[in-house]
Design a protein around this ligand. Structure first.
Ligand SMILES: Cc1cc2nc3c(=O)[nH]c(=O)nc-3n(C[C@H](O)[C@H](O)[C@H](O)COP(=O)(O)OP(=O)(O)OC[C@H]3O[C@@H](n4cnc5c(N)ncnc54)[C@H](O)[C@@H]3O)c2cc1C
Length: 422
């Protein structure tokens, strides 16, 4: 509880969403669009952090279509990826082909996440019932009569006591909300971490390949227009060893794996140009308690494998809006049964994807990182090479996932006229 209540500004809102990531911003947009008084609190002052994933999958693009936002959305800078491709040793393999998906967009849009979040924020702000408070960090919950009744936050305008009919924890894998709520999680284990760095892109660079795998090494390269955003996978806790080997050795390894000349890596001048991103895979046993629901990574931290975490977080947001918007509009307490309904709807798809991520982590990635000899193509990849029709299956798993959600919430408040299209 806030011990400094006298000095705090008191606010009240129907739904307070903690965290302006993909889950929080999408839920904020949907609730505000459905006429629910909604407050999103984001601890950073902008969305400009480059370590957010960039993959907007066909399932999310389909939601944009359902919201009549797709055309505007695709005007934002992005690249379109029709196939998932990998390079194993010297062999290239197409792993997934999106061209047969039953969606309007048969591709992954690679869009820097700040563009995506900025788009959602700009759209949501057209609804009078939406408020976004940036630079606002939640550090405690308000509990009244055993229910979560709001949050305590620090913002440039001082401490805020925000009372809410429902609090949503969408504050990611290091969620303060879930910790303060005492929700227990199961750590599912992640044997990898990621080094995140940029390499300049040149006009003559080969067509985009996402994953490059060689014995002991895995590199993922995301095309961000004028540079490659590189994710170099290391074994968990292996960063000290990488540093001991030295920066020149790391530059050599990445240049070789990426097939780039060594000079290109000189732009990585020192260790401050490299970010260590720790990977966690976990899941809450209960995603809720009275007055509070966690969604996205706050409920289930995802591994980067498959680049599905953003899209799963968005699916949670859509399910939560579909189930909770009517009760939120009516007023009064949201029944725990409704919160549980969100968990029951989203838990199975989450479990399936996490199980697949763990399988790939343990059976493929850990083995590759331990390997020292030349790599051979696993049977599954040989089959994908031989029978291209099989590439539809991974494309469906990654592009649509399980139990894709659809927008069922109505647009109850018309966007005010006079705010220009973005
Ligand atoms: C190395 C790595 C690479 C990844 N790459 C991809 C990828 O390419 N594609 C993909 O789909 N997934 C990727 N993922 C997974 C993906 O990042 C997450 O699954 C996804 O971001 C979850 O979205 P979210 O909205 O639940 O949480 P987040 O994106 O983590 O957003 C949480 C938000 O809450 C804010 N916040 C945190 N604490 C507070 C607080 N106390 N008060 C207020 N605000 C707070 C944060 O600033 C943040 O904006 C990757 C994960 C890792 C670890």
């Amino acid at each position: 509880m806030n011990r400094n209540a006298a000095a705090a500004t008191a606010l009240s809102v129907r739904c307070c969403i903690v965290g302006g990531g993909p889950a929080g911003m999408m839920l904020g947009l949907l609730l505000a669009r459905a006429g629910v008084d909604t407050f999103v609190l984001e601890k950073h002052g902008d969305f400009l952090r480059d370590f957010r994933g960039d993959t907007i999958h066909p399932s999310t693009l389909e939601l944009m279509h359902e919201l009549s936002l797709l055309d505007e959305f695709l005007k934002r800078p992005h690249n379109e990826l029709q196939q998932i491709e990998g390079q194993i040793g010297t062999q290239r393999v197409v792993i997934g082909d999106f061209s047969h998906l039953p969606t309007h967009c048969k591709f992954i849009a690679l869009m820097p996440q700040w563009e995506f979040l900025d788009f959602l924020a700009e759209r949501a702000q057209r609804y009078p019932s939406f408020r976004l408070e940036m630079d606002c960090e939640v550090d405690d919950l308000i509990i009244a009569d055993g229910r979560v009744a709001g949050v305590v936050a620090v913002s440039p305008r001082g401490r805020l006591d925000i009372r809410a009919g429902l609090v949503i924890g969408a504050d990611g894998r290091h969620s303060t909300v879930r910790q303060k709520a005492g929700l227990e999680s199961t750590d599912l284990g992640a044997p990898i971490d990621v080094l995140w760095l940029r390499v300049p892109k040149h006009a003559g660079d080969a067509a985009q390949t996402l994953g490059r795998v060689d014995s002991g090494r895995i590199l993922v390269m995301l095309d961000r227009g004028d540079y490659w955003q590189c994710a170099f996978v290391i074994r968990k806790g292996g960063y000290d060893e990488v540093r001991r080997r030295g920066l020149p050795a790391l530059r050599d390894e990445i240049a070789r794996l990426a097939g780039l000349d060594r000079e290109r890596l000189e732009t990585v001048r020192d260790w401050s140009d490299i970010k260590l991103l720790t990977v966690t895979v976990d899941r809450l046993r209960r995603w809720h308690r009275p007055g509070l629901l966690c969604i996205g990574d706050a409920a289930h931290a995802m591994s980067p494998i498959g680049g599905v975490g953003i899209n799963l977080a968005i699916q949670d947001a859509v399910a939560a809006a579909n189930i909770l918007a009517p009760g939120l509009r009516q007023g009064g307490a949201i029944a725990s049964a409704a919160l549980d309904q969100v968990q029951r709807r989203r838990e199975l798809p989450t479990r399936i994807i996490q199980r697949l991520q763990l399988l790939i982590q343990d059976r493929v990635i850990s083995r590759v990182l331990r390997s020292t000899g030349p790599l051979t193509l696993p049977l599954a990849l040989r089959l994908l090479r031989r029978w291209p029709v099989l590439r539809r299956l991974p494309a469906r798993l990654v592009g649509l996932g399980f139990r894709p959600e659809h927008v069922e919430t109505p647009e109850l408040v018309a966007a005010p006229i006079g705010r220009a299209d973005g």
